[in-house]
Structure formats: structure tokens, C-alpha cells
Design a protein around this ligand. Structure first.
Ligand code: ATP
Length: 871
């Protein structure tokens, strides 16, 4: 350690450009060229006095301009260039600061302004490199500050005569200097805080470790010098530190600077955390724009609304324009304004931004006040319905009534129409006709398989990817608030307990009293659906939830008869397909008998969808034929007529035989009538046989529980009335004794259920045990009770139509189904089928079973009642 006594009072000067070396601080000076030779000369002078252990130089800061604290010095031709590399290094427990020699060539000639204070420095190390351009690296350690008394130049080296101001090494303040004690206390705590926070100032870790070590061990004046070199201070402040000879004043100044720097650090950190240190370019821009906006607002220059999001200006302006054009309801407007405000505050790349943006888009697209012109012209509607559909008189009549009421009353607060019928009978196309007759937009919503309430009402916006439900989505798509909405397959809504009840959500939609304030979860504001004309379709009313059914007026569209199908094919389907294939009407000609063959042998359905498809294949075939011949220049050989014989070639083998599969009557075989859930009717063969066994009943043919129970009831009834029916010789004899009964329903892969086969099953068993046949042209349907009463069943029209198709001549029906026949069955069928209405099973047996060989009828159940009393 250098003592002040060892430092001479005359020292060679090394002027440092705009840098200040303080005692205890180590600096590295790299010079080359002329400056290096000056430094070498200086070092020689410094080492002249061999009695001293070390060489000392005077490091003096050079000021930019002259003042009363500067001394003019002529460096006598010596100058320093800018090659000096600046860096910080650590040496023992001292540290080096950036240093640079006077670099201005001109200043050396005109003389430089040296500060009147400087720092005596010990030369710790000198490194010379012998390359072309001589470079000298000096490590200097500040020892004590001095005041320059006089400057001299000898042999091109500037020397200064100085007065030293040695450092005080006291660690503590004396007891009577209370003021100094306070300053010292503050200095210590601040320096500790400062060093702990220095990491944030991005100072080298090694330097921090060094400072942390000396903070408590070094004398305060020495620490103050070190800190003053690290703290961000101006050159003038550093000069002030250099010239201050009072330790207390120096500590006070360092305290001030540390407080200032800590404060700046705090603010920077605060700003950093506000703005989020990792702001990418776009976010920073957004942040600044927000500030700009706030400033503009403050200045009352709000500017145009869209300026908030920069690049998204156009998008937001467009959105605002769309929202204005949508003429929202009052409630919607309030929400839209609020959301728009929010959107402007959000960052475009945030997830929330796109959520709000999509929401506003949906709002803007909804037809809040867009209405298409309503032209309910009953005459025109009638013409339209006639033009599009053959038959369906009841449905057409009801539709016209409905439209008349809407026209006269002016609102749609009438029950919603629901078309019920098997597939392909024209439910959807009737809906379309209504839309075109009234000049309204048509939108179809398929409800088949909808199992979640949210499908109807949408998801709340809190869900990721939430969207409006089917209704609001449909409104958005149709673009007007008075479209015709066809709610297709309303009977196929799935009732689940997990996701809410979608049918319950439909209640609000379909209730004319409530649907003016329909609230979708996503939209969360009421939307008026009262102008929408809802029409529902279903295949069967059985599965429509009761409260929904209650709000609808059911119009049945049962299947078509052969005659009706023929007519539809001739007048609607064939011309339509010819048109769609780009041919003219005289290019395809299908005679009635051919069409009938297609209807009977190639399609089996209640509606006409398959028929239409089959006709389309024929037209396609003719189209290819015509194109081939045309290419071969032999178009004149083209034959437009399709013959019955051609069908096999065009359509392949016929798919269906005529539905009566048995050609002769056999005991135990009966024709029942069935009705499937899809709305199709059909004939249902029942075959019963018996064999030696233990009286068991075996049932096969994919049967459900209800139909199995019907079979048990039938067998029980036959067993209990076997004697009355003269099937056994004694009332106590078991007819099924020692034999098993097997009942089979052919078409085993098709599942069957329901109670309507009850009378057919009973008849089959009686026929089996009595040996009397049921004619193969007789069919029957009806539920049976254990006491032999016959109860009514559903699907009469479909059943009768399928019976007609199958060539049945006699149909036995429950008496209470008579009204269905009179209202639903076309006259042509009524004429060709004999209907027998029955109240109990004895009437069924009388009507079904043939006479025996003696020409006698079977004993009727009327007798049975009397016999029962003898049992
Ligand atoms: N009475 C009819 N007159 C003319 N064309 C008809 C008639 N009935 C049905 N069609 C035609 O049959 C085709 C099928 O009809 P549509 O799609 O309306 O059946 P749907 O009853 O709605 O069937 P689904 O229940 O399967 O939806 C349509 O091309 C339609 O034009």
C-alpha cells in the first residue's frame, strides 16, 4: 500500500480525456503511436528517482472548455490518438474504470485545458507490444487527490507541482461529530442497498462481488471513491468528487447520487413491469399508441375512433360501420358500444381481442331490423302449392288456412305447423313451397341428433370457441328477420340429462308469446324471433316431447298409394329429372306401366325419394345412350321410349317381389300389418308351428319386449279358451300339453316391436291348433287384451297403404280405428279393400278363419263366456 509520503510532489502528467481517476480506483490506459512514445517518456521521468519503490504519475482530467478551474497546458507536440481501447477489469481488490487519453490532435497543438485537481497514480504494470505500431498498456492505481500548483514541460513531458490531499482512513465518526456520524450511517445503508441492487444495473458480476466484499471493511472515503466511479454521474459531478477535499461533503454527494440512481432504478422497474419487460415490437407499439390516445384525450383532441389500434384501423372502422348499418335494438346497441370500447383497449394479438371481435361480428351480421317484403297472396300460394305437389289435399288446405290467418291478423301468433310423415313424402319441399309462395327466405335447421341444449341456444362466451346456437346462426345466415325456418326432424332431438334438454330450449323458440325475446347464451341479449315463420317436420309424433307437441299443429302426410306415386312420377319427378339432366321432354318417354313396375318392384317406400332416384338412373342411362349415338353420328337411331323389358338392363334385377310372399294359405300363418318408426308401413308375416315338447313358447325374429308379451297373452288366451273353441275335448285339457309352440316373424334381421300384432298372433295360434287357414289376402292389426278385447293401434294409413300395395283384399282393424280409415284412406283404396272392424277377438276369428270342410264357422267367443262359467 502506498503511503502519501512516498508520492513525490512533482509528477509527470498523463492527461485523460473526459475521464476522472479517483483514489483507490485502478484504470487501464492503452495507447499507441505518438501517444505511446509520450507515455514512455513520462514513465522514464517517473522512474528517475530510483530511491522510490514505485513510479508515480499525475492523472489529470482534460476539460472540453477553459474555465476558472482549468489550467492551459501545452503538450509541446505530443498528442494522443483514439486507439485506446476502453474496458473494465478487476485487479486485486481495486477495480479499473474506462480510461482514454486526450485524443484530439489539434488540442495538443493549441494546448489543452487541464482540470486544477488530479489524482496521483501508482504505475502498477506496463505492457508493451512490439508490433509495427507501438502499443503501451498501463495499469494505474489512484493514490490520492492533489491540486496543481504549477505546470512545466521538459523534454516533451508535462510535469506538475502538486499539493496532496491524503485520504482519511477512519472507519467510524468521532463521538462529538454527530453530523458526520449521521451521514456515515446513511452512506453505509445506502451503499449496501445500492450494491444489492447493482445486479439490475447490469454491472459485471465480479465487480459486484468485489464491492460486496469491501462494503463493510473499507474506510468510507475509499468506498465513496469506488462507488462514485460506478454510479451513473456526469463528468462534472466526477470532477466535483475529485476536487472535494472534505470527506463528509464527499460522502454526502455520493449519498445523493446513490439515492438518485436507486430512484431511477425503481421507476425503470415499475415501467418495465407495467409495460411488461418482454414487449415485442407490436405490443410496444400498441402500448405507445394507448399512451398517445390517453394524451390526446387529455388534450381534448380525441380524433377518430379507429386510430387506437393502428394496423387494425380499417377493420374496426368497417366493424363500426357494419354495426351502425345493422340498426341494433336498444339493448344490443348498449352492449355493442361497451364491447367496442373494450376491443379498442385490447391488444389485437390477445385471445380476448378475437373473442370480442367475433362477438361484434356476429352482432353486426344479425338481421336486427332487416325484413324482406311479405307478400302473402293466397291465390298465388295456392297455385304454388299445386304446382309443386300432387295430392296432399289436407296439408295444402291447412297451409292455406294458416297463411290466410297470418295475412288477416297480421302476426304469426298462430300455432306452429308440424308436418308428420314418413321420409320422402314432401315435408321439406312443402316448407320450401310456403317460403316461395310468401316471398320469404328459406332456411332449414336439422334437429336430428341434437343432444345438447347449447346446440340450440349456443355456448356462453366464457367457453373457448363459443358460438351462437342453431337458431341465431340461422338468423345470421338468412340475413332477414322474417324467414321461413324449417325445423327438420324435430322428433329426432335426443333427450339427455347431461347437457340440458334441447327440447326445452325449443319451447321458447316455438312459443309465439315468448320468442320475441329469445335469448341465446352466446349473444346474451334478447333477439326477436316473432316474425319468423317456423315449420317443423317429423317422421312420427310418438317421440316428439309432449310440451313441444302441444305448441304445434300436426298435419299428417301419410305415404302415397301406387296411383298417387304414378301420378307424382309422371307429372313431377320425371319432367324434373329430364330437366336436370339437360334433356328435353321428348327425349325420354316412360310409359305408365313401366313407371308402375318401377314403383312396385324397384322401390318400396311410403314417400317418393327412392322413386325419384330410380327415375334419375333411367334418365341418366338414356342420356349416355343419346350422347353415344350422337357422337357416332347416328342420333336418328335413338329410341326415347323405355320399355318394361329395358328395366332389367338399366336398373338390374328387380329388388322386390310383390309383397305377398306366400302363395297359398297354410294353418298357423297369418299376415299382420306393421308400422316402422321411420313412418313406413309394411306387411308382417307371422308363422306359428308346434312340435312335441313340454309346453314351452319360443319366439324368434328380432322381437322387442312388447311384442313378446303380446305372444304370451295370445297363447294364454288360446289355452284358456281352447275347449270353447273346440280345440280340446275337455275344459281342463291343456292344449299345449306335451308340445312346444314356436312363433317366428320372418325378415329376422329387422327388429319388430309393439302391441299391434296381438290379434294376428292369436289368430295364428287358433289357426295352427284348429287347422283352419287364414286367406293369404287377409291382413289384420290390433292389440289384444288378456280377456280378448281388441284395442286401437296407430299408423293405420301407412299400414293400409302397404296392405294395398301387397295386394291384400281384406283388412281386419279395431273398431276404434274406423275414423282413421274414413279420414285418411283414399277412396280408390276403400273401394278395393274390405275393412272389417272388430271389438273382440272372436270377431277377428270369425272374420279371418276360413270355414271348415263342412262349411261351418269356428265357435265364437260369445259361447266361450258361457262355457267359462262351467269351469
Ligand atoms: N306430392 C308430391 N308431389 C311432387 N313431388 C313430391 C311430392 N312429395 C314428395 N315429392 C318430392 O319428393 C322428394 C323428397 O321430398 P322431401 O325432401 O320433401 O321429403 P321429406 O318428407 O322432407 O323427407 P325427410 O323426412 O326424409 O326429410 C322431393 O324432390 C319432392 O319434390
Amino acid at each position: 500500500m502506498s503511503t502519501i509520503q512516498s508520492v513525490p510532489s512533482t509528477l509527470p502528467v498523463i492527461p485523460l480525456d473526459s475521464k476522472v481517476l479517483l483514489p483507490s480506483v485502478v484504470t487501464k490506459v492503452i495507447v499507441s503511436g505518438d501517444a505511446a512514445s509520450y507515455v514512455s517518456k513520462t514513465l522514464k521521468v517517473a522512474r528517475k528517482d530510483r530511491s522510490r519503490q514505485a513510479a508515480y504519475v499525475a492523472v489529470v482530467p482534460v476539460c472540453k472548455s477553459a474555465g476558472d478551474k482549468t489550467l492551459k497546458a501545452n503538450l509541446d507536440g505530443a498528442y494522443f490518438n483514439k486507439d485506446g481501447e476502453e474496458e473494465k477489469t478487476i485487479k486485486t481488490n481495486k477495480f479499473t474504470i474506462k480510461s482514454k487519453l486526450v485524443s484530439d490532435k489539434n488540442s495538443s497543438k493549441s494546448g489543452v485545458n487541464l482540470f486544477h485537481f488530479g489524482c496521483a497514480a501508482r504505475v502498477i504494470q506496463v505492457e508493451k507490444s512490439d508490433n509495427a505500431k507501438e502499443t503501451v498498456t498501463l495499469f494505474l492505481q489512484g493514490v490520492c487527490r492533489f491540486r496543481i500548483n504549477e505546470l512545466n514541460t521538459s523534454d516533451g513531458v508535462l510535469t506538475a507541482n502538486v499539493t496532496h490531499y491524503p485520504e482519511t482512513n477512519e472507519m467510524h465518526a468521532t463521538e462529538d461529530d454527530k453530523e458526520f456520524g449521521d451521514v456515515l450511517l446513511e452512506f453505509r445503508s445506502l451503499s449496501r442497498e445500492f450494491i444489492s441492487k447493482m445486479k439490475d444495473l447490469k454491472l459485471p458480476g465480479a465487480l459486484l462481488a468485489q464491492l460486496a466484499k469491501v462494503v463493510d471493511k473499507s474506510p468510507p472515503s475509499q468506498l465513496a471513491n469506488l462507488l462514485a466511479s460506478v454510479i451513473e454521474t456526469t463528468f462534472d459531478e466526477k470532477l466535483e468528487m475529485l476536487e472535494s477535499t472534505d470527506t463528509r461533503a464527499r460522502l454526502q454527494r455520493v449519498n445523493e447520487w446513490m439515492t438518485r440512481q436507486l430512484h431511477v432504478l425503481k421507476i425503470t422497474q415499475q415501467i418495465q413491469s407495467n409495460v411488461d419487460g418482454k414487449l415485442d415490437k407490436k405490443r410496444r407499439e400498441f402500448y405507445l399508441r394507448q399512451q398517445l390516445n390517453a394524451i390526446k384525450e387529455e388534450l381534448g383532441e380525441k380524433g377518430d375512433d379507429a386510430s387506437a389500434s393502428g394496423g387494425d384501423d380499417d377493420e374496426l372502422t368497417e366493424l363500426k360501420r357494419k354495426l351502425d348499418a345493422a340498426k341494433l335494438s336498444k339493448e344490443a346497441q348498449t352492449v355493442a358500444d361497451r364491447e367496442m370500447k373494450r376491443l379498442k383497449k385490447l391488444h389485437p394479438s390477445s385471445a380476448e381481442w378475437s373473442v370480442v371481435r367475433t362477438y361484434l361480428d356476429v352482432m353486426a351480421d344479425l338481421p336486427w331490423s332487416e325484413t324482406s317484403e311479405d307478400v302473402i297472396d293466397i291465390h298465388r300460394a295456392r297455385e304454388q302449392l299445386e304446382a309443386d305437389h300432387y295430392g296432399l289435399d289436407t296439408a295444402k288446405k291447412r297451409i292455406l288456412e294458416y297463411l290466410s290467418v297470418v295475412k288477416v291478423k297480421g302476426d304469426l301468433k298462430a300455432p306452429i305447423i308440424c308436418f308428420v310423415g314418413p321420409p320422402g313424402v314432401g315435408k321439406t319441399s312443402l316448407g320450401k313451397s310456403i317460403a316461395s309462395a310468401t316471398g320469404r327466405d328459406f332456411h332449414r335447421i336439422s334437429l336430428g341428433g341434437v343432444r345438447d341444449e347449447a346446440d340450440i341456444r349456443g355456448h356462453r362466451r366464457t367457453y373457448v370457441g363459443a358460438m351462437p346456437g342453431l337458431i341465431i346462426h340461422g338468423m345470421r345466415k338468412s340475413g332477414v328477420n322474417n324467414p321461413v325456418f324449417l325445423l327438420d326432424e324435430i322428433d329426432k332431438i335426443v333427450k339427455t340429462s347431461h347437457y340440458g334438454d334441447p327440447a326445452a330450449a325449443m319451447l321458447e323458440v316455438l312459443d309465439p308469446e315468448q320468442n320475441s325475446t329469445f335469448t341465446d347464451h352466446y349473444l346474451n341479449i334478447p333477439f326477436d324471433l316473432s316474425k319468423v315463420l317456423f315449420i317443423a317436420t317429423a317422421n312420427s309424433i310418438d317421440t316428439i316431447p309432449a310440451p313441444l307437441l302441444d305448441r304445434m299443429e300436426v298435419i299428417s302426410l301419410p305415404g302415397y298409394t301406387f296411383d298417387e306415386k304414378l301420378h307424382i312420377a309422371k307429372t313431377y319427378l320425371l319432367p324434373k329429372q329430364i330437366r336436370e339432366h339437360g334433356l328435353t321432354e321428348n327425349q325420354v318417354c316412360i310409359a305408365d306401366e313401366v313407371l308402375l313396375k318401377i314403383i312396385e318392384n324397384y322401390t318400396r317406400e311410403s314417400g317418393v325419394r327412392n322413386l325419384e332416384r330410380t327415375i334419375a338412373s333411367i334418365v341418366r342411362f338414356k342420356c349416355v345412350e343419346w350422347a353415344d349415338l350422337h357422337e357416332a353420328d347416328s342420333a336418328d337411331t335413338y329410341n326415347e321410349t323405355v320399355q318394361v323389358d329395358d328395366l332389367e338392363n338399366i336398373l338390374g334385377m328387380q329388388y322386390f317381389e310383390k309383397e305377398i310372399i306366400q302363395n297359398e294359405a297354410i294353418p298357423g300363418v297369418v299376415t299382420g300389418l306393421a308400422y316402422s318408426g321411420s313412418g313406413n308401413g309394411g306387411i308382417l308375416m307371422i308363422e306359428a308351428t308346434h312340435m312335441p315338447g313340454e309346453g314351452k313358447l319360443q319366439l324368434t325374429g328380432s322381437l322387442g319386449d312388447v311384442i313378446k308379451e303380446s305372444a304370451q297373452i295370445a297363447l294364454a288366451w288360446v289355452k284358456s279358451h281352447a275347449h270353447a273353441l273346440r280345440l280340446t275335448n275337455s275344459p281342463i285339457e291343456n292344449i299345449a300339453d306335451k308340445r312346444d309352440v314356436h312363433i317366428h316373424f320372418p325378415a329376422g334381421a329387422v327388429s319388430k316391436d309393439g302391441p299391434s300384432a296381438g290379434i294376428a298372433l292369436t289368430t295364428a295360434l287358433v289357426s295352427l291348433f284348429s287347422g283352419r287357414c287364414v286367406p293369404n289376402t287377409t291382413a289384420m292389426t290390433g292389440e289384444i287384451t288378456l280377456r280378448g278385447r281388441v284395442l286401437p293401434v296407430g299408423g293405420i294409413k301407412e299400414k293400409v297403404l302397404s296392405a294395398h300395395r301387397a295386394g291384400i283384399k281384406k283388412v281386419i282393424l279395431p273398431a276404434r280405428n274406423r275414423k282413421d280409415v274414413s279420414s285418411d284412406i283414399p277412396d280408390s283404396i276403400k273401394k278395393s279393400i274390405e275393412f272389417v272392424y272388430v271389438k273382440n277377438i272372436s270377431e277377428v276369428l270369425e272374420a279371418a278363419l276360413v270355414l271348415d270342410e263342412r262349411g261351418e264357422k269356428l265357435r265364437t267367443p260369445m259361447v266361450i263366456t258361457r262355457i267359462e262359467s262351467h269351469l
